[in-house]
Unconditional design. Structure first.
Ligand SMILES: Cc1cc2nc3c(=O)[nH]c(=O)nc-3n(C[C@H](O)[C@H](O)[C@H](O)COP(=O)(O)OP(=O)(O)OC[C@H]3O[C@@H](n4cnc5c(N)ncnc54)[C@H](O)[C@@H]3O)c2cc1C
Ligand code: SF4
Ligand code: SF4
Lengths: 444, 591
């Protein structure tokens, strides 16, 4: 029986712990400095907005851990001594391990802006950040958010929910267009403005200005404008949280370097989740992927390996989802912000400007490569199947009905989408297959 | 918009305050006409008058008035028992007139005057079976006779010469209602305007501006910061009000006569007779569903499922539960709610109900057949195709109230595993109780015998009525909305939900499908599940949600920010699937 210690109780560390417990009776210890119990970081915004309380974001009840013999330690790990397999904890002394899993997550980026450490400036990743934001946004008039992107929009929505004016500085000429194609970037940008967010594109942070007490009072932008505000949110991305690991002599690049088995440079030490960086990335994917799903999958894989079944981390086709204020977004396969070589696109947008689909396919073979969907829920299983089978774009469009995951009675757009495709592509016409539901017939 | 909302709030609070004030503001004036109308027995009128100082006097407080009535009934009963009851001395005389064998002829000691004859007659009725019995001792005989005498007092004299407990209950209410004078009684329609119309107007002014609260979408901002929706002081106050309202409604209607008088004009208009307390209840209930239904529709206006579903509960409440039964009464037909199903409708098989239906020709027979068909065909067939939601969140009145008036409280349901355990035994226990109770009632109906293994079926049914029908479904079911969520009754108590749930769990095409690997474990679904189902538990491991308690409200699917959940009716194969998350090609993952 081994003692497996996991640093970090986020989705990756906890998934590893759960699967280790399922497959073995090793001693399992999970250490976290942030919180006593696993909570869902993705739900941070909902706590602030009053949709949930902290306990609602904890996916397992508190008795779960004891019952499954997973020891939880609420403490900070100051260093790893991998020669003696020993951890130094801040309050609770030393801890010996046989196997170590690093799941230390990520931290907000700060790019050395003047004033970035003033009172009233915060990133948005941890529970401590949440408390800080709560404290510094009480009864304020305006907050400035630096950096568009998923966390930036979430912070904008949070502040707007409390009727706080929001200015959002985005460096690019469109919202999140380093990820989203132009059409979608536009669509989302418009929706953000619909929520009265003062979205400032091509606008960079130059300096954060303090009042006489060292608290934020304004932001200066690159083009010389001053925005008076009482809070600044820094949401220009995150980077792997590796300082402590690096000092302990485990090899790091931008993240903790791992091979395809998630092994670090030190035997019996693994790294998973937001903190890990693949030495050789999975083909078609980037070396550091900081999303919930990849963290979870790495946790599943590392548990297998540690339990004796050495398993390569091989994520399947890319998928992701998000919500921009009221607009839900899902993606399957790869839709890059700019078409790559031998890629063609088909974009459809509903007249409301809030519903859209963007299909990418190979120009020569017509193989379907990916889809972005806004305001329409799509069935993961069906798209995963199509990607695996290398279905062509015609198959996808003709069978789109089967991939719809919207609730009953929702208006369906398959026919409209197909018509739009047909009017743009005379070389081959598609017609939507599958039954019209009774309701569709009645409601048209 | 803010000003309009504020105005709405002021109007609502004003109307609500006036409504509550009318509870206390009537004067009560009892007179002889009222007494004769209510008693239908001049001798009772006389003796009542002898013991009361309420007649032709104005009383300013309903508490004093009702107390006065109670006191009078007690005095009347005391006098009549004294007068018509066989006294201790007379019992001794009877005993002494017998040897070890009891003979009815010994009753002659009671005398031959009118009262004596009455005593003899009643003893003959209640103790005739003692004739010719032999007793070991005088004490034995005396005990038997005393027993008989007590029964005469309890079941005969109080009933015939005085007022038994049921009459007292009814009369307290009807006398109070008939004696009410004052502003409300003389002008009920005006008070409808001052209370209901003002409240509805205020509520609408408060609710309609929500159309301007930004683009359609999930509107859950600030719920857990709200004193109303997070069991703060306002929620607790609301809960206390509702609980008191229900207790008065079910157990002390004599205090709320002014409220009932107020809706007399509505009742007259609909069914051509004055209102009773359950007319008042149905009226308020329907208004709540309609007004809060509008709120629900505006709140979820982005979701067609929620919009259509809310229209459905508004329709079924207004038409089926409220209007049609009242109109049937107007047409001299039996009161019948075509969408109410036993065992929720627990008195469906009560003798008086059955007799009414059977006495009403082919329509009555049709109603009886309809009710039974719903139980044995409607429930299983519809649940098979659509899940229990076809009833619980589309048709049912309790569900209708929960989904409209109760919507602000859905997040208060307990999601713990422990609560689920309690729920499972409790709801099935109530189902068992309902079946046993109804079995007893039918046994009595067919055999005429009211006793089974020493239990009176009448007692069992009145215990069920008071504790389950009124206490659980009403007081707890609705009163606890702001404290334990809007489905306390549906989740822990409703026997019909238990029955629907069993079918849903084992034989249905309905399930909630989870979308591959998209769940981010945020917890919105579980938080807003009014049935306290930990939806996330299933979603985050890629497992269909097949739970007997799910009422298919669809809110979990609505609030999910990642499009993970979908209510579907589909092939039963693969419905109870193994958990499976899509995305990890390296391992076959069952989470
Ligand atoms: C606001 C927000 C919203 C997001 N929304 C989405 C989304 O919608 N979809 C999506 O796919 N992804 C989302 N993400 C990203 C996703 O949350 C992360 O990818 C995921 O949580 C990473 O999990 P992890 O287990 O790797 O690390 P983390 O969850 O970051 O956990 C690491 C833990 O380790 C602890 N720790 C670190 N060092 C030490 C130490 N030395 N000693 C003790 N403890 C230590 C940290 O305190 C932390 O608790 C979001 C992220 C944020 C911040
Ligand atoms: S699981 Fe979903 S649909 Fe079922 S009762 Fe709960 S919230 Fe409603
Ligand atoms: S609301 Fe959706 S994403 Fe959140 S836990 Fe539930 S299923 Fe998962």
């Amino acid at each position: 029986m081994k003692h497996i210690v996991i640093i970090g109780n986020g989705i990756s560390g906890i998934t590893a712990a759960r699967h280790l417990r399922k497959q073995s009776d090793h001693d399992i210890t999970v250490i976290s400095a942030e919180s006593e119990y696993f909570w869902s970081r993705t739900a941070l915004m909902y706590i602030y907005m009053g949709h949930m309380k902290k306990e609602h974001t904890q996916p397992y009840e508190n008795w779960f851990w004891k019952k499954n013999k997973i020891n939880l330690i609420h403490d900070y790990v100051k260093s790893v001594n991998h020669e003696n397999k020993k951890l130094k904890l801040d309050k609770k002394g030393d801890l010996i391990y046989d196997v170590l899993i690093l799941a230390t997550g990520a931290k907000p980026n700060k790019f050395g802006w003047p004033g970035q450490d003033l009172e009233g400036v915060s990133g948005m990743v941890s529970q401590q950040d949440l408390e800080y934001i709560e404290k510094y946004t009480k009864n304020i008039d305006r907050g400035v958010i630096v950096g568009g992107g998923l966390i930036g929009v979430e912070l904008a929505e949070m502040l707007a929910s409390r009727k706080i004016n929001v200015s959002m500085l985005v460096r690019e000429e469109q919202f999140w267009n380093n990820v989203l194609p132009e059409q979608e970037a536009n669509l989302i940008g418009n929706h953000i403005k619909e929520h009265h967010v003062d979205l400032r594109l091509q606008s960079e942070l130059k300096e954060i200005v303090a009042d006489e007490n060292g608290r934020v009072k304004a932001v200066l932008t690159g083009d010389g404008k001053e925005i008076p505000c009482q809070f600044v949110g820094l949401t220009a991305g995150v980077h792997p949280n590796i300082e402590m690991v690096k000092e302990s002599g485990i090899e790091c690049g931008r993240g903790i370097l791992v091979n395809e088995y998630l092994e670090t440079s030190i035997p019996n030490v693994y790294a998973i989740g937001d903190c890990a960086e693949r030495r050789t990335p999975v083909p078609g994917r980037v070396p550091i992927e900081q999303v919930w799903y990849t963290g979870r999958m790495m946790g599943e894989v590392v548990a297998k390996t540690i339990c004796g079944e050495k398993t390569e981390y091989l994520p399947g086709h890319w998928f992701n989802s998000a919500k921009f204020f009221d607009i839900e977004y899902q993606t399957y396969g790869r839709v890059w912000n700019k078409l790559k070589e031998n890629e063609s696109e088909f974009y459809w947008e509903h007249g409301s400007g809030k519903i859209a689909m963007h299909f990418i396919y190979a120009t020569d073979t017509k193989k379907f490569l990916g889809v972005n969907s806004f305001g329409i829920r799509l069935r993961h299983e069906t798209f995963d199947q199509w990607l695996k089978e290398e279905a062509d774009i015609y198959t996808v469009l003709e069978n789109l009905r089967a991939a719809n995951f919207d609730p009953e009675f929702y208006k369906r757009y398959e026919v409209e989408v197909a018509d739009a495709f047909n009017s743009q592509h005379s070389e081959r016409q598609v017609s939507v297959k599958g039954k019209k539901s009774l309701l569709e017939k009645i409601l048209g | 918009m803010k000003a309009v909302k504020l105005l709405g709030l002021v109007l609502f609070i004003t109307g609500f305050t006036i409504f509550n004030a009318t509870f206390f503001t009537a004067d009560y004036r009892l007179n002889e006409t009222i007494l004769s109308n209510q008693f239908n027995d001049e001798s009772k009128v006389d003796i009542f008058k002898k013991h009361t100082d309420l007649v032709d006097k104005s009383v300013g407080s309903n508490f004093d008035f009702v107390n006065g009535l109670g006191e009078t009934f007690r005095k009347v009963n005391d006098e009549q028992l004294e007068k018509f009851g066989i006294s201790k001395g007379e019992i001794d005389a009877i005993v002494n007139a017998n040897n070890e064998i009891f003979s009815l002829s010994s009753l002659s000691v009671l005398g031959d005057d009118e009262i004596g004859q009455y005593k003899q007659k009643t003893f003959n009725d209640y103790g005739g079976w003692l004739d010719g019995r032999s007793f070991d001792s005088k004490e034995d005989m005396q005990a038997q006779i005393s027993n008989v005498v007590e029964n005469i007092k309890k079941y005969q004299i109080v009933n015939e010469k005085g007022f038994d407990q049921y009459q007292v209950k009814d009369l307290k209410y009807s006398l109070t209602k008939a004696s009410s004078t004052g502003a409300v009684a003389s002008n009920p329609s005006f008070f409808i305007l001052l209370t209901y119309v003002l409240c509805i107007l205020g509520a609408m002014l408060y609710i309609l501006p929500k159309l301007q609260d930004g683009p359609p979408g999930i509107k859950n901002d600030g719920i857990f910061h709200s004193a109303m929706k997070n069991t703060g002081w306002l929620g607790i106050l609301t809960g206390v009000f509702l609980i008191i309202f229900y207790i008065v409604l079910y157990f002390y209607p004599e205090y709320m006569t002014n409220w009932i008088i107020m809706v007399d004009p509505v009742s007259q208009f609909l069914k051509g007779s004055d209102a009773g307390r359950f007319f008042l209840y149905g009226f308020i209930y329907t208004l709540c569903i309609l007004v809060m239904g509008v709120r629900m529709i505006i709140k979820y206006r982005h979701s067609k499922y929620q919009v259509i579903r809310t229209f459905s509960v508004m329709f079924f409440q207004t038409a089926f539960a409220f209007l049609i039964p009242e109109i049937l009464l107007r047409l001299n037909q039996p009161y019948f709610d075509f969408k109410n199903i036993w065992p929720l409708d627990y008195d469906f098989f009560f003798d008086n109900e059955l007799d009414t239906l059977l006495a009403n020709g082919s329509l009555g027979i049709f109603m009886l057949g309809w009710g039974i068909a719903l139980i044995i065909i409607g429930v299983p067939v519809f649940v098979y195709f659509f899940g229990k939601r076809w009833y619980c969140s589309w048709v049912c009145g309790c569900g209708g109230l929960a989904e409209t008036l109760g919507d602000p409280y859905r997040q208060l349901s307990d999601k713990s595993l422990k609560a689920w355990k309690v729920e499972r035994w409790m709801i099935h226990a109530v189902l068992a109780f309902a079946i046993v109770m109804t079995g007893g009632v039918l046994y009595t109906y067919w055999t005429g015998s009211s006793q089974i293994i020493g239990l009176s079926t009448y007692d069992v049914r009145s215990v069920y009525g008071a504790w389950i029908g009124a206490g659980f479904a009403g007081v707890v079911g609705t009163g606890f909305y702001p404290l334990m969520g809007n489905r306390v009754w549906c989740r822990f108590g409703c026997p019909l939900a238990a029955y629907l749930g069993i079918v849903q769990r084992f034989k249905s095409r309905f399930r909630i499908t989870t979308n591959g690997g998209q769940c981010i474990s945020c917890g919105n679904c579980s938080t807003y599940c009014e049935m306290g189902i930990d939806v996330r538990w299933y979603a985050q491991r890629g497992q269909n949600i097949v739970r007997s308690s799910c009422v298919g409200c669809g809110v979990c699917s609505s609030v999910c920010p990642r499009g993970v959940l979908n209510l579907e009716n589909g092939d039963t194969e693969g419905r109870l699937n193994e958990p499976l998350l899509i995305g990890n090609d390296g391992v076959k993952m069952s989470s």
